[in-house]
Ligand binder design. Structure first.
Ligand code: NAD
Ligand code: UDP
Length: 320
């Protein structure tokens, strides 16, 4: 592990932006369990205090209500920059705000990283590949993104966030790590999150038809959240700057996912077709050779297995 420069002694102090969200709260759990200090920063747009309630009052944990589009001064060793809505429904709710969150949020966090000489990890996304013409996707693929479509606020926001990271590295020597995260699922997703795994599970648990957008032949590759968090930690601790794909190479059509969910919950449910949203990518599958080689990382939990705790968590959230 490469030590992060710090004038303080004691446990590493981590800033987790978006720490009350789905992925962020699982990362907070891991850092707290490792005996580190955590400053969890969130504006609660899609995050919930309930996700980190287990740590409130702990001497190594602090909660900060803040919006990353505004600057902030803190003394930290590491910045895990996850703050940004991830579900299309949420990031399209106020697309201008989403673009600001990606650009200004990353700019502010890089400014902080530069000032206090912290290492910053950016949660980038497979969406920077857009609707890919190369399949599966290696990190060297530069993507096929519509600059003016309804997904652009998020896709282009993350692309410029990556650019900022590498310009800070070149200009100021800021230590950066960039993870390109592929579709991730697991406990603590919101029932109204709007992404496909949560939609299908909630629909099935409520006895409603499962909504397939388009013909359901588009593909995604679903990574269980514990696997992703392990990859993020290895990336932050390692020497490779990235960008590096973190995802599960197991590729499924959306129709196959619907079948998996309904078989587990209620095989009698209908599948209903709804219009495919604009610019919806047709296919998505990571090549993870770089992560295997540089981080010794690969997912360990197949979709069939990861669906079980995810379904159990939604049952609990819905009081079923
Ligand atoms: P999420 O919506 O559950 O979490 C995002 C968190 O950021 C929430 O707690 C939200 O309140 C907070 N936030 C949003 N805007 C903010 C702002 N302006 N200031 C402060 N906090 C703000 O989403 P997630 O699935 O946990 O995603 C976390 C990160 O990982 C995001 O950056 C996302 O782009 C990236 N990512 C996630 C996936 C995935 O499948 N989950 C895939 C690719 C990339
Ligand atoms: N999708 C679907 N039904 C839903 C929600 C999503 O068929 O109720 C589809 C969506 O059109 C996309 C895929 O599932 O092709 C994944 O969508 P999600 O929003 O989870 O992630 P993203 O498109 O950002 O990868």
């Amino acid at each position: 592990m490469i030590p992060t420069p710090s004038l303080r002694s004691g446990p590493l102090r981590n800033l987790v932006t978006g720490g009350a969200g789905f992925v962020g709260s699982h990362l907070v759990d891991r850092l707290m369990q490792a005996g580190e200090e955590v400053l969890c920063l969130d504006n609660y747009f899609t995050g919930r205090k309930a996700n980190i309630a287990q740590w409130i009052g702990h001497p190594r944990f602090e909660l900060i209500r803040h919006d990353v589009t505004e600057p902030i001064q803190l003394e930290v060793d590491r910045i895990w920059h996850l703050a940004c809505p991830a579900s299309p429904v949420h990031y399209q709710f106020n697309p201008i705000k989403t673009a600001k969150t990606s650009f200004l949020g990353t700019y502010n966090m890089l400014g902080l990283a530069r000032r206090v000489r912290a290492r910053l990890l950016l949660a980038s996304t497979s969406e920077i590949y857009g609707d890919p013409e190369v399949h599966p996707q290696p990190e060297s693929y530069r993507g096929c993104v519509n600059t003016i479509g309804i997904r652009s606020c998020y896709d282009e926001g993350k692309r410029v966030a990556e650019t900022l990271c590498f310009d800070y590295r070149r200009m100021h020597g800021t230590e950066v790590r960039v993870a390109r995260i592929f579709n991730t699922y697991g406990p603590r997703m919101l029932p109204d999150d709007g992404r496909v795994v949560s939609n299908f599970i909630v629909q099935a648990l409520q006895g409603q038809p499962l909504t397939l957008y388009g013909d359901g032949q588009q593909t995604r590759s679903f990574c269980y959240v514990d696997d992703l968090v392990e990859g993020l930690i290895r990336l932050m601790n390692g020497a490779h700057t990235g960008p590096i794909n973190l995802g599960n190479p197991g590729e499924f059509t959306i129709r196959e996912l619907a079948e998996l969910v309904r078989t587990r919950i209620n095989p009698g449910l209908e599948l209903v077709l709804q219009p495919l949203p604009q610019d919806d990518p047709r296919q998505r599958q990571p090549i993870i050779e770089l992560a295997q080689r540089e981080l010794g990382w690969e997912p360990t939990i197949p979709l069939e297995q990861g669906l079980e705790p995810t379904i159990a968590d939604f049952r609990r959230q819905l009081g079923l």
